[in-house]
Design a protein around this ligand. Sequence first.
Ligand code: GLC
Length: 790
Amino acid sequence: MTNGNGGTLTKSYGHFSTCGTEYIVTDPYTPRPWANIISNPRTGLAVSHTGSGFSWIDNSQLGTITRWQQDLVEDSSGKFIYAKDLETGTLWSLSPAPVFAALDKYACRHGLGYTVFETALCGIEAEWTLFCHVSETVEMWLVTLKNASDRPRRLELCGFLEWCCGVSPAPRREFGKLFIETGFDAKQAMILARNHMWEVSSERFGHWNTSFPYVSAFSVSEPVTRAQGDKALFLGRRGTLRSPLALREKTAGAAFGRHEDPMAALHVTVELQPGETKSLGFTLATSESDEKAAQLAIQFRAPQQMVTSLGDVKSFWKSTLSAHRMDMPGGALNTVVNNWIRYQAISARLFGRCGYYQQSGAFGFRDQLQDSQVWLTIDPGRCRAQIRLHAGHQFADGSVYHWWHPLSEQGHITKMTDDLLWLGFVTANYIKETGDFSVLHDEEPFLDEEKPAPIREHVMRAFQRVFFRTSPRGIPFIGAGDWNDGLSAMGLLEKGESIWLGHFLAGLLADWAEIFHRTHENALANDLVNRREALVHALNEHGWDGNWYTRGTLDDGSVLGSAANRNGRIFLNSQTWAVLNEVAPAERATLCLEAVKKHLVTEAGALLLAPAFDTPVSEIGYITRYAPGLRENGGVYTHAATWAIAAAAKARDAELVERLLCAINPANKDPERYWAEPYVLPGNVDGPGSPHHGRAGWTWYTGSAAWLHRVVAEWVFGVRPTWEGLMIDPCLPPSWPRARMVRPWRNAEYTITIERGASFSLTVDGVRQEARVLPAPEPGTAHQVGVVIP
Ligand code: GLC
């Protein structure tokens, strides 16, 4: 069996659909839950290939609608549809969970914006499609049943969920259930639920003294034969989800109100003649008022309406992803890069802010800013909106929340030292892509200063703060961590330094000097140029270890990321960013990338550091407390691994580009070793310090998704916006004979074809060009770019 990339898999649990927009799981016994995160900008659901999962509104942690237990082995918790043959009594579910019947047929098709379960048992074929409306706060379940047997059938279907209506995880059910109220409206075939206590603090009412600001309606398109609202009555004493009392006996009681263990079950009867097909719909609608929730639930529950809504969802994703496409040899990489990782970045990271492994809901100051770069080529206005949103979460002294929760606006103040700088990073990239400097004048208030200030001012205050937080040697402090959250204690006394942060800052200074030159603020521009020069000098003076750059110093002055260390001898980021931001002189760039290859590049990808820490070191931080080889502690941290691909391309090491790209491609992996989904990126892959080297985890919720797309486009294809224009500078893997990209650039469309030949050449619309940079085009035009590379 091949994986579409020339590799061989020992076992497969599924495959991509022909057009690559679906991953079809065909064996429910995957090593881990293989999930889909389906969101619109307000509401969403997480669903695994067993059917387990949960739903939310506006914030996947504070606004969790349905209850779920994060059990990644059993993976049998959430919202389900039961089916029962009323003649024989056979019970199953329309996804493997929770009954886990021996199905005659099973497929789970995870698509862009929807998931479909296809099952068959005892002659009944079922298709259960879950998705949410493209913009309304309603989740839809479209069910189609076919009687493939030769006798008339009577079935009972039961849609089931448990209410959370607030903050999750909610481990203290005895407490949480004291506040939830449910009710059944038989006339409207609908169960309503609300929560009179929301575990957030509000300024006006204080601690936990406020209601969950939404009401949810669960309804079905068919007449309801029975409805239930209490879990104990539904399951029966010592009952299980696998075999609930309510599906065994008709007598199980109903019970709604304020004194139950709140859940919702809607039962309907479906009669099917031989060969007959019927569809029905369940909706889970959530809104600020009862009326609106009920209206949405009713409006969208008719199956025909659902078919239309599903079509809208598919068109949304198709049109969103189609403007910028890349064609690479190896089908699976195309599918992953063009479809899945951008869908991952948008649906899971930006809209939902949720993964199966992390129910976050919050905006990470640095995280979602980086993610929003996924919009740059396809809908830059959305990136600009993200810049504004984050600017509004900065304090007047330049510092920012490390993360904050929309809805409650609770934010986390830390001594992290890089967060604030990402505002300038993404703003500069936005201007490079669009050429639109007016973003500098967009105004947002500071958190503690009502008067709106332009983005330019927000960025300058961040710079000022970082300049102030600089060591006597001219290197920025690391505080409670920089990009690496786990280096949480190196600089708590504001003495420890971050070499990586210096590399990052050096790039920003170059970009903002350029911006200020172009806005004719020459004194400021010159100041930033001088600062960059001094910083680069300091980094090379104090950050060079002989063969690579160190990671920084602790408050006591000792060095981390040096050959002299037992653990954490070499770190990836301080090599890759030294190369990317041209801090490293040529000879050092070569040396430090050699060191990366020697010490950090494994078959599973580039490790974040080596060797992993094996004992907690309080003076360094919690990174040392992870088991060796996991996540930041010496695993392949995919977010950073994408930057290694960029650095390899910048250094024109095409072989390394190929190795790293191949290593990060999830579709390339042996699932028995890798475990995680083959269609989206994991946050981490275990490093050699772990007995499970090569095992991936924490899928969906990772900044690597947006970054990998950007790195492939800008560094592997080499098509990247620069201050002078669109650079064409490919560094294709040696095994690629050709590649092609269609890309919008400043309101024009470029089709760029890269082929092999004797030496580099570039033509635009057939005319040979000496420069590798394309100037801004006439808006509305289309151009053919031919690139020949050796
Ligand atoms: C997590 C954080 C991100 C951080 C990274 C490395 O993914 O969300 O902000 O940069 O870990 O520590």
